[in-house]
Ligand binder design. Structure first.
Ligand SMILES: [Zn+2]
Length: 113
């Protein structure tokens, strides 16, 4: 018994890919995300004492009017427009987010309250 019949079955015809996705679309990564990155630098992950933190540098310019933060490490105020960073517990979530002076974060070893 030979299977010398037609190789192509009806319905399994190869269709030329006329409608491939347009390449141009790929050049615009989500605008919101991109804006975020330009403004405040790239987010990163750091471990301190085995706890995973998400760290987001900020230039402080996106603060609401007159808003200041108190750095949990040195208890000093971080004024608007001052480059610093925010960090939060990656597991417990953004509710634990705090604003740190950049070098205070480097020295910070405790857990976020
Ligand atoms: Zn500080």
């Amino acid at each position: 018994m030979h299977c010398a019949g037609p190789l192509q079955q009806p319905g399994v015809v190869l269709v030329p890919r006329n409608n491939r996705p347009k390449k141009q679309k790929k050049q615009e990564p989500e605008p919101e995300l991109k804006l975020d990155l330009i403004r405040i630098g790239s987010r990163r992950t750091e471990f301190k004492r085995g706890v995973e933190y998400t760290v987001q540098p900020t230039n402080g310019m996106n603060a609401e009017d007159g808003k200041t933060w108190v750095c949990p490490h040195c208890s000093q105020t971080i004024r608007p427009g001052v480059s610093h960073l925010t960090a939060w517990d990656a597991i417990r979530g953004i509710d634990t987010r705090r604003h740190f002076h950049t070098r205070c974060w480097a020295a910070f070893m405790g857990a976020l309250l």
